[in-house]
Design a protein around this ligand. Structure first.
Ligand SMILES: NC(=O)c1ccc[n+]([C@@H]2O[C@H](COP(=O)([O-])OP(=O)(O)OC[C@H]3O[C@@H](n4cnc5c(N)ncnc54)[C@H](O)[C@@H]3O)[C@@H](O)[C@H]2O)c1
Length: 350
């Protein structure tokens, strides 16, 4: 259970310490005046991660508890970070709302629209702060692209090409509970598209295929996908995704306007191979996964969340702001399943 060691400390419970949660723990523990409690459905894992963090960061306060122990004593905490599998988010968000605890939750909010709307309503009724983990909003290159678009430095934006491609597929247990490639993976691109362009998507069309592990088919998912999006100003967008991009982890966004282009991710570690004679770019080891590629963003977004908990800043990505990316992901999934263009107005419930 929690013990208060530092009067000034902000008391954060981190729930779920798997692939992403371990890194979130490492980011949180380096923030000054933090008292961190590690929770996991596997108590041995929680204890191991807490012990490792305390050893790696002497002088910090890290302990462990079960999620039930945390919610039994909400007065011992100032905020919750949820990094459990997507299928568990709704229950945990509803528990945060009942306990009136501000929370950060990994994307997506929930696996489906009804669950997401239940979470939004509960958060609004509780009047608590919320932040959803769209970490690209904290990346300097996406921020610069956004600035140039909003300042008119590209002229009129007509086309966007973007992608998120994993080098290796996630394990089957993750795929089973992920909500599928559009909601789990391309949802980042859908969110950042809105954030960078300031426009909304009007209609989508998508293809998907299973070209690798059979378990994607077992769970109604695909491991290769392409979506075409038409935005409300007729900007045309292509979004690619893959779970089998052998060259490396590839996240890029190319925004083309009438006077200039802005490209995110065109740097020495981009997993591209030029076959042009004499061209040596890119010349570094390619990115291998999201943890390496976005480490700096996870650190910044969690510092931002602690500032939200401390009342220093408003949330940079409140739960309501995560809804539209889910709408787009659902429209894209529906388009692939039904083999037809889908308007966003078919998905939005208002
Ligand atoms: N923002 C990003 O770039 C990014 C990247 C990867 C994953 N994610 C998201 O993070 C979440 C977790 O993904 P992951 O890859 O780390 O999953 P994971 O399966 O590797 O880890 C999940 C952890 O949560 C624990 N857990 C499961 N149910 C629990 C419960 N009810 N209470 C407490 N602990 C529980 C598991 O024991 C495990 O340690 C997912 O929602 C995923 O979409 C986001």
């Amino acid at each position: 259970m929690t013990q208060q060691h530092n009067e000034k400390a902000t008391r954060i419970a981190l729930i779920g310490v798997g692939r992403i949660g371990v890194g979130h723990g490492a980011a949180l523990v380096t923030i000054p005046d933090i008292h961190l409690t590690i929770c996991d459905v596997d108590p041995h894992r929680a204890q191991q991660v807490a012990d490792d963090l305390a050893t790696q960061h002497p002088g910090t306060t890290v302990n462990h508890a079960t999620p039930d122990e945390v919610f039994a004593h909400p007065e011992h905490y100032d905020g919750i970070v949820i990094a459990t599998p997507t299928a568990t988010h709704e229950e945990l968000i509803l528990r945060c709302a009942a306990a009136k605890l501000p929370f950060f939750c990994e994307k997506p909010v929930a696996v489906d629209l009804d669950g997401t709307l239940r979470c939004i309503r509960a958060v609004q009724a509780a009047g608590i702060a919320s932040q959803i983990g769209f970490q690209r909003r904290f990346d300097p290159a996406y921020a610069e692209a956004r600035r140039r678009v909003h300042n008119g430095e590209l002229g009129e934006v007509h086309r966007v090409h973007m992608m998120t491609c994993d080098q290796n597929p996630p394990p089957e247990y993750f795929v089973a509970e992920s909500g599928g490639i559009w909601r789990d993976c391309l949802i980042h691109d859908f969110d950042i598209l809105r954030w960078v362009t300031g426009r909304e998507v009007d209609e989508v069309f998508a293809y998907g295929a299973v070209r690798g592990a059979d378990y994607f088919r077992t769970h109604g998912d695909v491991d290769e996908g392409v979506a075409l999006l038409r935005m409300d100003d007729d900007t045309l967008v292509t979004a690619h995704t893959s779970r089998n991009n052998g060259q490396g982890y590839d996240v890029r966004m190319e925004i083309s306007g009438t006077t200039a282009n802005a490209t995110v991710g065109l740097e020495p570690k981009v997993p591209l191979v030029s076959v042009e004679p004499g061209v040596t770019f890119p010349d570094d080891e390619p990115w291998v996964d999201f943890i390496a590629r976005f480490r700096h963003c996870y650190d910044i977004e969690l510092r931002a969340f602690v500032d939200v908990v401390r009342g220093i800043t408003p949330s940079p990505c409140p739960i309501e702001d995560a809804l539209e990316a889910l709408h787009i992901a659902l429209a894209v999934g529906k388009s692939r399943e039904e083999g037809r263009p889908v308007k966003l107005s078919e998905i939005r419930q208002h």
